[in-house]
Write a protein that binds this ligand. Structure first.
Ligand SMILES: [Zn+2]
Length: 319
């Protein structure tokens, strides 16, 4: 049984008896604060944002399950953490964020049940689907089309979207593990050449590439045919160039602004979002006004939430 510590008045529960948060409060009030161990299961408070993410003794997967609960995730999403995610080979709990927003190439924002972001270009969104939420409102065809539009929009923005049904998650978990492992392997394929993101391809045609200029092999070559071939090569070449420049521009703007260095525990007003690396290796960001914003000493500062997320930070569980 996992035990945590609570104080008499605290709204949070603590992973560690010696939580810096409690010690601070003791120093402020000039007396010791009572705390006692209690089983995790009995609690309805939130985990303390200071000691919970940094302690090594915690099962980070349990922590993730709690994050799902805090974010208002469905019961099947917690089952997904317990029976699928934690069994996926080489997946680390801090690579997973829950109920986060992602922007499609169209600019539309989507709420993802799970977002897996690891090293390099690994970006996988996992959706846990139930039955049609408003039966009778939309036909199965319309639902399927909406899902497909969402999938394509997110894919073009660099997200692979994987869907699992409630029933499969609960009753065929092992199958989901295998499927997710193969998706992650696919997403993790090393990029060719340099570190730039690969131009997004349509999911329906995974093998498709940009048109290439045909090699001029043994052409029967009358002068006229030679000239037409030259014109054609020039047109295709120009098209490839335009597409490449367009993609480059999209990815350039997509990357947003570079993070700025904090001065002490402050971020500049031009980049107010605080990015913090917890002792447990979690990359967490705090927006101004959030509970722990003032107390957080940032590693990096970001102009926007999108920039922080692009750099691999997830929102603090306590806002
Ligand atoms: Zn604490």
């Amino acid at each position: 049984m996992t035990q945590v510590f609570v104080t008499r008045t605290g709204a949070k529960y603590h992973a560690s008896y010696e939580c810096p948060g409690i010690l601070d409060a003791e120093a402020q009030h000039g007396r010791s604060i009572e705390r006692w161990p209690t089983p995790l299961q009995n609690l309805h408070q939130e985990p303390c944002a200071i000691c919970w993410p940094t302690t090594g003794s915690w099962d980070a997967w349990t922590q993730l399950e709690h994050r799902v609960e805090q974010a208002g995730g469905a019961e099947f999403e917690r089952v997904f953490v317990r029976q699928v995610l934690r069994h996926v080979r080489d997946l680390r709990p801090f690579d997973v964020s829950v109920q986060r927003d992602a922007t499609g190439i169209s600019g539309k924002r989507y709420r993802l049940d799970f977002a897996i972001q690891g090293e390099g270009n690994l970006r996988v969104a996992v959706e846990i689907d139930g039955k049609n939420k408003a039966p009778g409102e939309r036909s199965p065809d319309e639902v399927r089309r909406a899902l497909e539009t969402r999938r394509t929009d997110l894919f073009a923005a660099g997200w692979r979207v994987v869907n699992f049904g409630n029933e499969r998650v609960a009753n065929r978990s092992a199958e989901c593990v295998v499927e997710l492992e193969s998706e992650l392997r696919e997403a993790l394929r090393p990029l060719p050449r340099d570190s730039h993101p690969e131009p997004a391809r349509a999911p329906s045609a995974p093998g498709a590439t940009l048109p290439t200029v045909p090699e001029s092999t043994a052409a029967p070559a009358t002068a006229a045919r030679g000239r037409w071939r030259l014109v054609w090569v020039a047109v295709v070449g120009a098209a490839v160039l335009i597409v490449a420049v367009g993609l480059w521009a999209v990815f350039k703007t997509d990357r947003g602004q570079e993070p700025q260095n904090p001065s002490g525990s402050e971020c500049p007003s031009s980049a107010p979002v605080k990015g913090n690396l917890s002792g447990g290796g979690d990359k967490i960001f705090h927006e101004p006004g959030w509970t722990y914003y003032d107390k957080t000493t940032p590693e990096e500062c970001f102009a926007s939430v999108e920039d922080a997320e692009a750099a691999g930070y997830r929102p603090s569980a306590i806002q």
